[in-house]
Design a protein around this ligand. Structure first.
Ligand SMILES: Cc1ncc(C[n+]2csc(CCOP(=O)(O)OP(=O)(O)O)c2C)c(N)n1
Length: 402
């Protein structure tokens, strides 16, 4: 069928209310070059890309930190290179301004004394005069809200050079440690607008709800994070596990090596990503959604090819794409549309675990987490977390209306 006919056909279906059939697109790729010889392929790791040279205005950044931040400064820290962690920690501790640190910064726990918990709503109501971003583009909602808050001046210090915003902002590109050396003395700014004090009530409510809703997704992420803290790497795959981790994971034990993937591939390739990250780790943990896990479950066939190591793949099975149950306006969608978005299902991951020779555990209650106490060295375990939907919703609504 030609594209034109297909479009006309879809229009007809829309008018009649009949669901159109699936569309299969064949993408034509050129034939491989016959001269290409896989035998001479170089499989050694490539040289790291060249460092981004220094770009941007240090004077402007220094002025903002010294003068403008007297009206309020918040530091948002995205993913960091291991070499950036020490300078970022030092800067945050010197400034003493409120911090929102993504798990992938590796500093989320170490900067908990400066942190705003679940800060999106608070920052939307009380946007700071200056926002300093360190590292990768932060995943928090407030970063995206900044597009519509021109009164907040945004400064990014990043090795990538990407501003991560469509609106004007200042970017200083280069090596963080070198940039801090060049900036010289840093004055303490502190919590000028009392954001941490305002955040206390919310923090207390969150802790209370984690206790009263122990079978919610949020509380399960907290419990899972307590066990995962003994690993040497943690992998988070697709959107909700990343967001949940940033808001609800434990903050007492530092977890420097946290990798997350919620970008270009979406839910695709996440188990492969985890196995790749785990290749050099002796004890690695992952937390992904159920649709995300199903999408790439065949990747588990790689397990026998990997170096020894203890691997725990946690799957939050909330029976479909939970993120789409909570979208604004989701309740008003017709049932057919909701089914398309959420892809509800009642599958268990037991057979998948067995197929690939993994130990299988189910967790439905707080007590069930005790099973994670007895993980054998070099074992491969799939942990299916089955949260209570009502408790999850109750917790979400209480926090949203706090
Ligand atoms: C390859 C791909 N297809 C579709 C999407 C759209 N998408 C984003 S999140 C999501 C659902 C994820 O569901 P699940 O893994 O169960 O996590 P949950 O939302 O329940 O936390 C989908 C389908 C995507 N990001 N990538």
């Amino acid at each position: 069928m030609t594209w034109k006919r297909r479009k006309a056909c879809r229009k007809t279906f829309c008018k009649t209310g009949i669901t159109p059939p699936p569309l299969h697109i064949n993408v034509c790729l050129p034939d491989p070059d016959p001269a290409w010889n896989p035998g001479s392929c170089d499989l050694y790791p490539a040289e790291p890309p060249e460092e981004n040279g220094f770009r941007g205005s240090l004077a402007e950044l220094a002025r903002a930190l010294r003068f403008k931040s007297r009206d309020g400064l918040v530091v948002m820290i995205g993913g960091l290179d291991p070499t950036e962690q020490a300078p970022a920690r030092w800067l945050a501790n010197e400034l003493k301004a409120p911090v929102v640190a993504d798990a992938t910064s590796g500093l989320r726990e170490e900067l908990a004394h400066l942190a705003l918990t679940d800060a999106d709503a608070l920052l939307r109501e009380h946007p700071p005069a200056v926002l300093l971003r360190l590292g990768d583009v932060p995943v928090g909602r407030f970063w995206r809200d900044l597009e519509d808050i021109p009164a907040t001046e945004v400064f990014s210090v990043t090795r990538t050079g990407f501003s991560g915003l469509a609106r004007p902002s200042s970017v200083v590109t280069g090596d963080l440690e070198a940039i801090l050396h060049a900036l010289g003395d840093i004055d303490t700014v502190g919590d000028v607008n009392g954001l941490r004090a305002m955040n206390k009530r919310r923090k207390a409510l969150m802790e209370e709800l984690l206790i009263t809703c122990p079978e919610s997704e949020q509380a399960m992420v907290r419990s899972f994070s307590c066990f995962a803290a003994d690993g040497d790497c943690i992998y988070l795959g697709n959107s909700m596990p990343v967001r949940y981790w940033n808001s609800f994971a434990q903050t007492s034990i530092p977890t420097e090596n946290v990798r997350a993937n919620r970008g270009a591939n979406g839910i695709d390739g996440q188990i492969s990503g985890f196995l790749g990250v785990s290749a050099r780790c002796s004890r690695s943990w992952a937390l992904v959604g159920d649709l995300t896990a199903m999408y790439d479950s065949n990747a588990l066939a790689l397990l026998p090819q990997l170096d020894r190591g203890t691997r725990v793949l946690g799957v939050i099975n909330n029976g479909g794409g939970g993120i789409f149950r909570t979208l604004p306006g989701a309740d008003g969608q017709p049932e057919t549309m909701r089914k398309l978005l959420v892809q509800p299902h009642a599958h268990s991951f037991k057979a998948i675990a067995e197929q690939w020779g993994m130990r299988y555990l189910t967790i439905r209650t707080a007590e069930d987490f005790d099973q994670l106490d007895s993980l054998e060295e070099n074992s491969q375990t799939l942990v299916e977390l089955i949260p209570d939907r009502e408790q999850t919703e109750q917790m979400r609504l209480r926090l949203a209306n706090a």
